[in-house]
Write a protein that binds this ligand. Structure first.
Ligand code: BT5
Length: 257
């Protein structure tokens, strides 16, 4: 089906049948002074996850990157990533898929609690991840690009087999209307980012990580303990048994209690 050109959304749409990376295209537009624009592609040929990992992007996904120019310091950028995860989660739920969030940016469905043998490394099957990039000064960002990749109408065999990935199509058994999904994500993201503290509270509502034992691989080393909450603009608070650690970046693994 055709995707997004003439949506009634709070962003101008820059649509591509195929593009290297919507984040790269959005960065170009941001660098050229654009704001309030959302790059959307049916397929990406050079898309990226965090830390330059590969992101698999066949046709049928919602590959999206939003350019915003908030009056905010760079330190607030994580809240935009959380807001996007909330927006995607809501759009997935409206499509009938019970999505939840794993800190910081993974939208997941289901879990493997029933599997006795393995810890819940993935904490469920991954529907979406968000890559946020920015440029700016210490006091104020010049632009932010917030890029969610949502596996929408993608057959399971076209997803990375070893990564625990799933799609809306696989979960529902029928395709979604991607125009509706894109429109709802953009509307929610726009509303959520008007109140960033509220967005972080909303994130906690959908979070699967809070209340679990976690192991987080951070730039400063491994932090293991119980995730007890989230703190604006996006730090995961982990009770290690000895101290409360605020983790601002890293890969999080859900552990068995
Ligand atoms: C992320 O990275 O989860 C952020 C992904 C952001 C992709 C979007 S698509 C639109 C925009 N344009 C871009 O170029 N990027 C953004 P990370 O947490 O590092 O997870 C990456 C890992 O997820 C990989 O190492 C794989 O294991 C796995 N993976 C790759 N493709 C996947 C997919 N389609 N679905 C689920 N998991 C995937």
């Amino acid at each position: 089906e055709a995707i997004a050109y003439d949506l009634d959304a709070p962003f101008n749409i820059d649509y591509h049948d195929s593009v290297g990376s919507t984040n790269d295209r959005a960065r170009e537009l941001a660098g050229a002074g654009h704001a309030g624009v959302a790059v959307v592609a049916d397929e990406q040929t050079a898309s990226r996850g965090r830390l330059d990992r590969e992101w698999v992007s066949p046709p049928g996904g919602v590959w999206l990157s939003v350019v915003v120019r908030p009056e905010a310091p760079p330190a607030h950028a994580p809240a935009y990533t959380l807001a996007m995860a909330v927006a995607v989660t809501r759009a997935c739920r409206e499509a009938g898929v019970d999505a939840r969030i794993k800190w910081p940016n993974d939208v997941l469905v289901g879990d493997d609690e029933g599997d006795e043998a393995e810890p819940t490394e993935r904490g469920g099957r991954k529907l979406c991840g968000v890559l946020t990039e920015m440029e700016g000064e210490a006091e104020r960002v010049s632009w932010l690009v917030v890029g969610p990749g949502l596996n929408a109408n993608i057959a399971p065999e076209d997803l990375p087999a070893d990564a625990g990935a799933t799609s809306l199509l696989a979960e529902r058994g029928e395709p979604v209307d991607r125009r509706v999904i894109v429109q709802r994500i953009l509307e929610e993201f726009d509303a959520l980012t008007a109140d960033l503290r509220g967005a972080v509270d909303a994130w906690e509502e959908y979070a699967d990580t809070v209340g679990r034992r976690v192991r987080v691989d951070t730039p400063g080393g491994i932090v293991e303990g119980e995730a007890v909450g989230i703190e604006f603009p996006g730090a995961l608070v982990v009770d290690t048994g000895e101290e409360m650690v605020r983790v601002t970046a890293g890969d999080c693994e859900h552990l068995r209690p």
